[in-house]
Design a protein around this ligand. Structure first.
Ligand code: GDP
Ligand code: K
Ligand code: MG
Length: 296
């Protein structure tokens, strides 16, 4: 009889290399938020992969980057504290991008880590095999990797291989989470991320990433729908105006799109009530971070 294996895996890499896409493929459901905008994923999200003899807990870290303000510091801190707790680190790069300062910044930190690092070269569907080889050579000349796995997170190329080598690296250990649990965050968090994603998508560059969404309550109402009340928090009145839109038009679109996603997630009819609130300079107020869900 083989022993049960379990362990923790951190996915690090520059924004937009495909970390959330891979995580979603692994857990098979939309949890981490995908977007073309950088740093959409702020929180430490755990997706859990469970088979009868293995459980792997994934941590999708926020983009590791040089901090610009205190929220940035906090994000970097969270990312690095996560790295010390794991059994394997997946360093993801995009095959169609040259190694840049952001990658070097991460490599310098990974070199100091005792944890085995896998180089995951994503988006191989976008490049010629020769270019892929050159990229791999460039990275492997920078540091030693326990494994190098080229993949396409969207197409699924080499996905099974990646899972096989990951499972191989997992130490003996118990099943931490029940079979059906794919994230340790309450539904509140996922719902707030879905709403935040819609705000960012629909307002494009007019509303900055500092926008936060807090789910105030979720309960079943008399019409047998899940009644969700949530507040969108921005820093300026002008941003509030953009989110609400002329005659409330924009907020209505945000609400409709978010509701459809939440219904898909919960498998239930949803009544979504959205509020918009201005909270000046909240990014620099460390004490507020906890309230907005940035602490574990
Ligand atoms: P993250 O910031 O690292 O979490 O990146 P995301 O998972 O949000 O992906 C950023 C963008 O790259 C999205 O538009 C994805 O659809 C796209 N993407 C991710 N993986 C692949 C891939 O393997 N091939 C291609 N062509 N696009 C990808
Ligand atoms: K992203
Ligand atoms: Mg992401």
């Amino acid at each position: 009889m083989t022993e049960h294996k379990s362990g923790f895996v951190a996915i690090v890499g520059r924004p937009n290399v495909g970390k959330s896409t891979l995580l979603n493929r692994i857990v098979g459901q939309k949890i981490a938020i995908m977007s073309d905008k950088a740093q959409t994923t702020r929180n430490k999200i755990q997706g859990v992969y469970t088979t009868p003899d293995t459980q792997i807990v994934f941590i999708d870290t926020p983009g590791i980057h040089k901090p610009k303000h205190r929220l940035g510091d906090f994000m970097v801190e969270t990312a690095y504290s996560a790295l010390r707790e794991v059994d394997v680190i997946l360093f993801m790069i995009s095959a169609d991008q040259k190694r840049g300062k952001g990658d070097d910044f991460i490599i310098e930190r990974l070199k100091k880590s005792d944890v085995p690092v896998f180089l995951i070269v994503n988006k191989i569907d976008k490049v010629h095999p020769d270019a892929l080889l050159a990229t791999i050579q460039d990275y492997t000349s920078q540091m030693e990797f326990a494994e190098v796995v080229p993949i396409s997170a969207t197409e699924g190329n080499n996905f099974e291989t990646l899972m096989d080598v990951l499972v191989e690296q997992m130490p003996e250990g118990p099943q931490y989470f029940p079979d059906d649990q794919i994230t340790d965050h309450p539904e509140y968090f996922i719902v707030s991320e879905l709403i935040r994603e819609k705000v960012l998508l629909l307002t494009r560059d007019e509303v900055p990433h500092s926008v936060a969404v807090v789910v105030d309550s979720m309960k079943r109402n008399e019409n047998d729908k899940i009644h969700v009340q949530a507040t969108i928090i921005v820093e300026r009145d002008s941003q509030k105006g953009i989110i609400i839109g002329k005659g409330g038009k924009m907020l209505k679109i945000i609400g409709t799109k978010a509701r459809q996603d939440i219904e898909r997630l919960l498998g239930d009819k949803v009544y979504l009530e959205l509020w918009v609130k201005v909270q000046k300079d909240w990014r620099d107020k460390q004490t507020y971070l906890k309230d907005y869900g940035y602490r574990e």
